[in-house]
Design a protein around this ligand. Structure first.
Ligand SMILES: [Zn+2]
Length: 368
């Protein structure tokens, strides 16, 4: 197997690296779209991320790499085995990197149920597709704008749901499909429909690097990697290991990261002042901010986490045109948050929002 360029040796492209890392902490944020010209290291970064990720516990002989610790996500086969009293064997496995061909069809992606075998012999036979191979891994789609819209829809659906459910003629088969979705496109070769664009949680626009010192570093590192790939990788091994551990720790922490009503106000202030349609962006910003906090080993989100998350969640959701803003900066995002907090924030000060009370319970509570 070819040696993979180390993630930690990538020069610049801070937003792209951050978007990938947040999805590695929580793949259910819902995918990253990287837009940029050819030769801007988009696929290098995605491959490098997969090679970096911590090993995961899987059911050793399950073709869907089910997580032995998450019974609610198990595939139909693992469920049946446990129901029959079998104990599932466990092993550690590296994160898979699945490269989706642009010609992929629906059947190839979701898999197929053999209806004839079911009717004639009462057997349930499922031929696994790309989503099976991608579970717990990274699914990479180069030139996503050239893929069939319907297939892109399916991929985004299962990424958000975390399951792939195939149903035909009253027979169904389900397996987990939790993957880091990374799509790339060259904007010069046609755009994605706005509906599909909005379904990618995060997006990053890559530009060539103009800073001289960074360009020099890129040349030096590329030459060193070409001359001796394995030696170069070994040189970066300790950085790779430490980033891998940080991701592992953040994965364990992310579900416990809390947020307050004040935080939600900051998010709403951003999306409403920038006239973002719908509510998907608000939820994406919250998820990405929680992943950002977990990545920094914190258990509560801050306004900076929110601004950093919005910087990745909003670029592809802003309306384009002469009267709308097409570029956003971190400073601008933070200024908008500060302004909203100065106006109405006091009323929301530190009020917890993580566990809303049922409406009827509120009525009878002595404090209400
Ligand atoms: Zn399974």
């Amino acid at each position: 197997m070819a040696v993979v360029y180390p993630f930690t040796a990538i020069v610049g492209q801070e937003r792209m690296r951050r978007a990938l890392l947040l999805n590695a902490v929580n793949p259910r944020i819902g995918g990253v779209l990287i837009r940029g010209e050819r030769g801007t290291a988009k696929s290098t970064a995605a491959r490098a991320l997969a090679a970096l990720l911590p090993e995961v516990r899987v059911v050793a002989d399950c073709r869907f790499a089910c997580d032995p610790d998450q019974p609610t996500t198990w595939c139909t086969e693992c469920r049946e085995r446990v129901a029959c009293g079998e104990e599932l064997p466990v092993e550690m496995r590296r994160t898979s990197f699945v490269d989706l061909p642009v010609s992929a069809t629906e059947d190839r992606v979701v898999g197929t149920l053999d209806i004839e075998a079911a009717i004639k012999r009462g057997e349930r036979r499922f031929e696994a597709g790309v989503l099976a191979a991608a579970n717990r891994g990274l699914l990479y789609i180069d030139e996503v704008n050239l893929l069939d819209d319907h297939v892109v829809d399916l991929l985004l659906d299962s990424a958000a749901l975390g399951m792939n459910i195939v149903e035909r003629e009253g027979i169904s088969f389900a397996h987990p499909a939790r993957y880091i979705l990374v799509g790339t496109m060259n904007p010069e070769e046609g755009d994605l429909r706005p509906q599909l664009l909005d379904r990618f949680a995060l997006s990053v626009d890559i530009r060539g690097i103009s800073e001289l010192a960074e360009r020099v570093a890129i040349i030096e590192r590329n030459l060193a990697f070409e001359a001796d790939g394995q030696g170069f990788r070994d040189h970066w091994l300790s950085q790779e290991g430490s980033l891998s551990q940080t991701i592992d720790a953040a994965r364990r922490l992310v579900d416990r990261v809390t947020y307050s009503k004040r935080n939600l106000l900051s998010i709403a202030a951003l999306t409403s002042s920038l006239q973002v349609d719908g509510h998907r962006a608000d939820l994406v910003i919250l998820k990405a901010a929680r992943a950002q906090a977990a990545f920094e080993a914190r258990t509560a989100i801050t306004d900076l986490d929110i601004a950093l998350a919005a910087e990745l969640a909003l670029p592809h959701r802003l309306r384009r045109g002469p009267f709308h803003q097409s570029e956003i900066t971190l400073d601008d995002l933070q200024a908008r948050i500060d302004q909203a907090q100065a106006q109405v924030g006091a009323a929301y000060e530190s009020e917890p929002a993580s566990e809303p009370q049922p409406a009827d319970k509120k009525k009878v509570s002595p404090a209400g």
